[in-house]
Structure formats: structure tokens, C-alpha cells
Design a protein around this ligand. Structure first.
Ligand code: MG
Ligand code: MG
Length: 261
């Protein structure tokens, strides 16, 4: 079933989301050549746990070993942080973070450039981020889930990039993954009706080449089948009477750390 959350509950999820937004601000200068993806994971876990009562929602979810997912270049999602994975100049790395605070979840992903990246990689990042923005704008009462996917499609059309269709966004609340599924493709006016109180994790994933994906032998890491570059941006978004409200954006006030800083 699709849950409708009260304004009070949405505010609670915004407190989880603000921790992720704050984390990304702190993480960005640490995404540098020579850092390992385990360095990013450790920083993220301690940042999250420094906020009283907050925990990394992905740790142990379905058995995932990390606190965050770190996916480099052709990796789309679910990369496992490792001290053997060293970021190199020109890489792109998506960091996907879930936080649970007082029983409420938020989920957001950002793809960061590592040092100087190619024009092609930069373009892929900007189109994917624009697709997320368009999708968020489409997440308003009276629209349908299909309008969100259609907004992604409109943004990507003509770029030659592939939309990864085998992975989708989702409802979010008490659990990280709830109904409905939120595909990155769709038809306006189709799919579940968007109503005030619905909270969705909207997450376009694009490939510079084929939209087909494979899962590596580690059972987690999803890569593009043709090993082309992939980017992923995600926000947790509430449908409200005032429009779509991004709960994981940095404009939300960040709750105080446990140490009061
Ligand atoms: Mg995510
Ligand atoms: Mg998600």
C-alpha cells in the first residue's frame, strides 16, 4: 500500500534528509584522487552517527555490508566500499546514502567528479542532475507516477544517453523501500495518482551508452552491460499542498550534532 504521511511525519523525514544533505557538503572535498571508497564510507558512517539517534539505513539492509554505496564510473549502483578501490583523477563516483532517525528514513545519491573529469563525463552528470530536477518538479498533487518518469525521458531525449529501466525509485517512510515503484520512464497521466503526503525517492540513473545492466559476481555491484559511464542522482521528495518538497536538499536546516557542533 502507498502510505500518506502527515506534515509532522514529513518534517521528521526532513530531519533525516538534512543529515544526508549535510553529509554531502562535508563529503565533497573528501572525494579526491587517492581516497578509497572505504574512506568515504567511514566518514559517512561517523558523520551520520554523530547525529544523536541517526543510523546508516543501508548498513545490513538485505545484507549490504557498507554504510553507503559507492559506485565508480561504469558502476551504476550498489558498489561496496573497499580500501582496495582507490579514486583516480577523472573518475566519477556516485555515493548513495540512507539515514534513519527516530524511525524515519531518507535516501539520496549524488555523483561526484574526482578531480578534473572529461567534458563527456561532465555532460552526463549535468543531464542526470537536470533529469532529477525535472522529475522533482513533476512530483506534484494531481500528477501521476508516470509524469515523473516522463519528465526524466523528456530531459534525456536527444542526448543519446540510455535510461536505466531495470532499477527504479520508490516510496520511502518507515522503511527505505516502500510502494510505489517510481520508474524513470512513463507516460503522463499513468500510474498511481500523486496525493499530498506521498513521499518518494526519485532517482534517475543514466548510462552514456547502453541502458542494459549486469550484476557483478560480488552479488551487489550493478554495472552497465557495455561498461559505459553511468551517473545517479537521487532526492527524497514529499508531495505537499505547497508543491514538491525536497527533503534531502541542503536548504533544509541540519540538525545539531550529538556534540552540539
Ligand atoms: Mg539511494
Ligand atoms: Mg533509493
Amino acid at each position: 500500500m502507498i502510505h500518506l504521511r502527515t506534515p509532522h511525519e514529513i518534517d521528521a523525514m526532513a530531519r533525516s534528509g538534512a543529515i544526508i544533505a549535510g553529509l554531502f557538503q562535508e563529503l565533497e572535498p573528501r572525494v579526491v584522487p587517492g581516497a578509497s571508497t572505504l574512506d568515504l564510507d567511514r566518514f559517512a558512517e561517523s558523520y551520520i552517527r554523530d547525529h544523536s539517534g541517526a543510523e546508516p539505513a543501508f548498513k545490513g539492509l538485505y545484507g549490504f555490508p557498507g554504510s553507503v554505496c559507492t559506485s565508480i564510473n561504469e558502476e551504476v549502483v550498489h558498489g561496496i566500499p573497499s580500501d582496495a578501490r582507490i579514486l583516480r583523477e577523472g573518475d566519477i563516483v556516485s555515493v548513495d546514502v540512507g539515514v534513519k532517525l527516530e524511525g524515519w528514513c531518507a535516501d539520496s545519491a549524488w555523483t561526484f567528479p574526482v578531480g578534473e573529469i572529461s567534458e563527456g563525463a561532465a555532460h552526463l552528470l549535468s543531464v542526470t542532475e537536470a533529469a532529477l530536477e525535472a522529475a522533482v518538479e513533476a512530483a506534484v498533487r494531481g500528477h501521476h507516477v508516470g509524469d515523473i518518469g516522463a519528465a526524466v525521458m523528456r530531459t534525456v531525449e536527444g542526448t543519446g544517453y540510455g535510461i536505466i529501466r531495470d532499477l527504479v525509485g520508490h516510496g520511502i517512510g518507515r522503511e527505505v523501500h516502500e510502494e510505489p515503484q517510481v520508474p524513470n520512464f512513463g507516460r503522463p497521466g499513468h500510474g498511481p495518482l500523486l496525493r499530498d503526503g506521498m513521499v518518494l525517492a526519485i532517482e534517475p540513473m543514466l548510462s552514456a551508452g547502453s541502458p542494459e545492466i549486469r550484476t557483478l559476481e560480488d552479488g551487489w555491484t550493478v554495472v552497465t552491460a557495455d561498461r559505459s559511464l553511468s551517473a545517479h542522482f537521487e532526492h527524497t521528495v514529499a508531495v505537499t499542498a505547497e508543491g514538491s518538497r525536497v527533503l534531502t536538499a541542503s536548504r533544509s536546516p541540519v540538525p545539531q550534532s550529538a556534540d552540539g557542533s
